[in-house]
Write a protein that binds this ligand. Structure first.
Ligand SMILES: Cc1cc2nc3c(=O)[nH]c(=O)nc-3n(C[C@H](O)[C@H](O)[C@H](O)COP(=O)(O)OP(=O)(O)OC[C@H]3O[C@@H](n4cnc5c(N)ncnc54)[C@H](O)[C@@H]3O)c2cc1C
Length: 470
């Protein structure tokens, strides 16, 4: 077994660091754009007068970041060569995401809205894996450039973890499908051109079979965004969507009729391993900050770092991060070599651990649990302050207490110098696109496996881990 990060991935990390320093950091620092990342960030990003949606200036800044990353050849790294990508593996993406999160909060990689100089594009992967040739041509490149923006409509007001119990239905009427129901937490619907709506087309509630995915244009009569749900970490773009007699043609179907759960699971697995890797990076950032502070702060004539009571939890945290990192790397590597449903339980374990840890840096000021640090940098999360205090070491970006809400969003600030690329790795990673869509029988096997281990991050972070529980 070779645990060395492939040389090409190490080179990529170095290239990314150079690119960020040359083109992203200056953009972040000009025109007071730093307001989107320092202690003012929640207010800078949120248009409270417009219902709490992201401010136009914030989204334009993200757009410029993406344009620069695309021009430099990084944005499409994980996409197929056919659309200008580099066929980046799941392992490479996990290493990249961890590295970028470990640099701290910044325009290069923001866990609150999952933007990054190395793009994620989960819906692109769905279209590429499940779509017809027409859908690939219509949606593929357009999703990358942002001409097509697709929401993901799985969760409902009464069904999240138990998504297979969804009440949204679609019935056939000649050559069209008629969709009725309500969806919740559909992210990105303020600008979406389409919503990928999952609806039951056959089978009993709770059955893995009989759910079908439809690409529904958002201007279709009967589709209405009725609310955006406010979250502890603003802005929000998480919508309630109602569908009343929404008619779509047969060609709107993504994947086979009744096989929509496999489409949803594909999305879930690709996204979750990257979120887990980001969690490791963010946690390691916080641990490093705690160590630095413990070395810097002198009490009773000696640095905190020399006190065993301070050393122990830091060692524990560091060990936890190393354990999760190894599991994330292994699972990402397995995602590249086996079918994603075969490692569904492991993907869940990766996500459970970073957010489940209760260890914490005990060096005072505003430090949060390692788990909270992870959650706090993720979308719309809440976390609990555990160590008291109000400041950070020097940079207000390094932490932020929302005392009035009794919550603390531990957000890593910018690090002066990024860590060296990780050395633990896997030399050979077959193409991540080796897997194919499986039959319902295999989906059922996944369901059985998921019963064993399906931790959820619940309201703390966005969670896709339970969609296959019947
Ligand atoms: C910021 C944000 C963005 C989101 N974006 C999207 C999106 O774009 N599209 C979309 O479709 N959805 C989205 N979601 C929804 C998300 O996928 C669901 O919140 C998630 O699936 C959990 O469902 P729930 O909130 O209904 O929790 P519930 O299902 O009510 O679960 C509540 C708690 O109970 C636990 N629990 C549930 N069932 C069991 C069980 N059988 N055994 C043990 N414990 C159990 C869970 O682990 C969790 O801790 C988003 C959510 C958030 C917070």
């Amino acid at each position: 077994m070779d645990f060395t990060v492939p040389e090409d991935v190490q080179r990529l990390l170095r290239d990314l660091d150079a690119f960020i320093d040359a083109e992203i950091r200056p953009l972040e620092e000009q025109d007071d754009n730093v307001r989107f990342f320092d202690h003012r960030r929640e207010y800078a990003r949120t248009d409270f007068e417009a219902g709490g949606l992201p401010r136009r200036e914030w989204e334009e800044l993200l757009g410029e970041m993406r344009r620069r990353a695309d021009a430099a050849g990084f944005l499409r790294y994980a996409l197929p060569a056919a659309v200008g990508g580099r066929d980046g593996t799941n392992l490479a993406m996990a290493v990249v995401r961890e590295h970028l999160a470990h640099r701290g909060l910044g325009l290069h990689n923001d866990l609150q809205d999952e933007s990054s100089v190395v793009g994620n594009f989960p819906v692109f992967h769905l279209v590429w894996s499940f779509g017809t040739d027409e859908q690939k041509a219509d949606f593929g490149p357009a999703i990358i450039t942002g001409e097509r923006r697709v929401g993901f409509g799985l969760t409902e007001p009464d069904h999240g973890s138990d998504a297979t119990w969804m009440e949204t239905s679609a019935t056939r009427d000649g050559t069209t499908w008629v969709i009725n129901g309500t969806k919740r937490w559909n992210t990105g619907m303020h600008t979406a051109t389409h919503d990928l709506v999952f609806a039951r087309t056959s089978g009993a509630p709770g059955s893995a079979r009989g759910i079908t995915a439809f690409l529904v244009p958002t201007d279709t009569p009967g589709l209405e965004v009725t609310a955006f749900l406010w979250t502890f970490n603003m802005p929000t773009d998480h919508a309630d969507v109602t569908l009343h007699d929404v008619r779509v043609p047969e060609t709107a179907m993504l994947g086979a009729e009744g096989e929509g759960l496999a489409v949803a699971q594909h999305f879930v697995h690709e996204n979750r391993i990257r979120q887990a890797a980001s969690g490791v990076g963010a946690a390691q950032f916080c641990i490093d900050e705690a160590v630095a502070y413990a070395r810097e702060r002198v009490t009773f004539g000696r640095p905190l770092a020399e006190r065993q009571a301070i050393q122990w939890p830091l060692v524990e945290l560091h060990t936890e991060a190393e354990l999760v990192r190894t599991l994330v790397h292994r699972t990402a590597w397995e995602l590249d070599s086996t079918h994603h449903l075969d490692v569904s339980h492991r993907v869940s374990m990766c996500n459970y651990r970073p957010t489940g840890s209760s260890a914490m840096p005990r060096t005072g000021r505003c430090r949060c649990t390692a788990g909270s640090a992870t959650a706090g940098t993720s979308r719309s999360s809440t976390s609990t302050a555990t160590t008291g205090g109000t400041g950070s070491r020097k940079d207000p970006r390094r932490s932020k207490c929302a005392g009035s809400r009794g919550s603390c969003s531990a957000s890593p600030g910018r690090r002066p110098a990024p860590r060296e690329p990780p050395t633990a790795t896997y030399a050979t990673s077959p193409s991540r696109r080796s897997s194919t869509v499986r039959s319902c029988g295999e989906v059922d096997a996944c369901i059985a496996a998921s019963r064993v281990m399906t931790p959820s991050r619940s309201s703390a972070t966005r969670c896709w881990s339970k969609v296959c529980i019947p």
